[in-house]
Design a protein. Structure first.
Length: 330
């Protein structure tokens, strides 16, 4: 068994009717591991199921609602801290979906607050947040330089009273990555919310989700990110998406995300988009790498994608130097 049991339940909740006790255990364990338990709870709401399972999913819906409230409050705190500067502050990922009321936000697990600000004004944003009670998580001088020189965000910050993290981005992929999205265009095309914060346009949200999934990282948590892609396509379609993806250098990542979402979740995409390439089965194998206890499986595959995640983040000589420095500091 792998994580396809979760994909099937999200795609067609009626498939859970045939689950026995072991099947329910596997489904819930994998959903928790993939941070999709709240989403699953919303998808299965109202269906017949064992009483014990119903209680677990009720708790998951309550927890996701509390998480949404906390995330939106943290976004408001960031807005208040940065409002005096008059700069555009763009919510990213789960908080953006929740703030906008998008389908992708229903039951979604939301961790850190991610925001995007203009790179030219990142020092202003940093100063405002520090003055408002956020503090550095990584005090190591090398880590600080690493983030500021090469990454797409400031070193992470945590609020001293609320114990909530914020990641302040100035683009959506590391500066050393092979792909360089147009951050100025992302900001220029962003959409204002009633509270003064902003979100990316739906097409840019899709580009960001695909970039996060396939152009930056080892696909850990990939099923949740792919569900975001599914929801965004189902809600907003793909009109203009190819042009946007091409503008940001993300055409391949967006196409792969659409294919994988169609395969796992039944996402509506044109027939011409469904043609797999030779690497797609390997990506699928990584996405579904869980056993029936929710534990990571397929160790060799996960290791290969972990190595790939480093290789696509920076050139090999720079990567070797970085890994040596990190190893020496242990």
């Amino acid at each position: 068994m792998d994580a396809r049991i979760l994909a099937d339940a999200l795609r067609d909740p009626a498939t859970t009717a045939r689950l026995d006790a072991a099947g329910w255990t596997a489904l819930l364990a994998i959903a928790r591991a993939e941070q999709l338990i709240g989403t699953l709870a919303h998808r299965l709401n109202g269906l017949a199921m064992p009483a014990a399972i119903a209680r677990i999913l009720d708790d998951a819906r309550t927890s996701s609602a509390q998480g949404r409230t906390a995330a939106l409050w943290e976004a408001e705190m960031a807005r208040r801290a940065l409002a005096p500067m008059g700069m555009p502050v763009i919510l990213l990922k789960g908080t953006a979906y929740a703030a906008a009321g998008f389908a992708a936000g229903r039951g979604r697990s939301i961790g850190d607050l991610d925001i995007l600000v203009p790179r030219a004004r990142i020092e202003e944003a940093e100063a405002c947040l520090l003055a408002a009670g956020w503090e550095w998580v990584k005090p190591d001088p090398y880590d600080d330089i690493y983030y500021r020189r090469w990454m797409h965000e400031l070193p992470p910050l945590i609020h001293r009273e609320r114990d909530r993290m914020i990641d302040v981005h100035h683009t959506i992929l590391p500066l050393t990555a092979r792909i360089t999205p147009d951050a100025d265009a992302l900001i220029a095309d962003s959409v204002a919310l009633e509270n003064g914060l902003r979100i990316l346009s739906p097409a840019d949200m899709l580009c960001h989700a695909a970039a996060h999934l396939f152009a930056d990282g080892d696909l850990a948590g990939g099923m949740r990110n792919l569900w975001d892609v599914h929801c965004l396509i189902e809600e907003f379609g793909i009109v203009g998406l190819e042009a946007k993806a091409g503008r940001h250098g993300l055409a391949a990542a967006v196409a792969r995300a659409a294919r994988q979402a169609n395969n796992l979740y039944g996402t509506t995409i044109p027939e011409s988009w469904r043609i797999w390439d030779s690497a797609d089965p390997l990506y699928l194998r990584r996405l579904l790498a869980r056993d029936d206890w929710g534990r990571p499986a397929r160790r060799v595959t996960r290791l290969a994608f972990y190595m790939r995640s480093h290789a696509i983040r920076m050139p090999l000589p720079m990567l070797a130097k970085h890994l040596f420095i990190k190893w020496r500091k242990k």
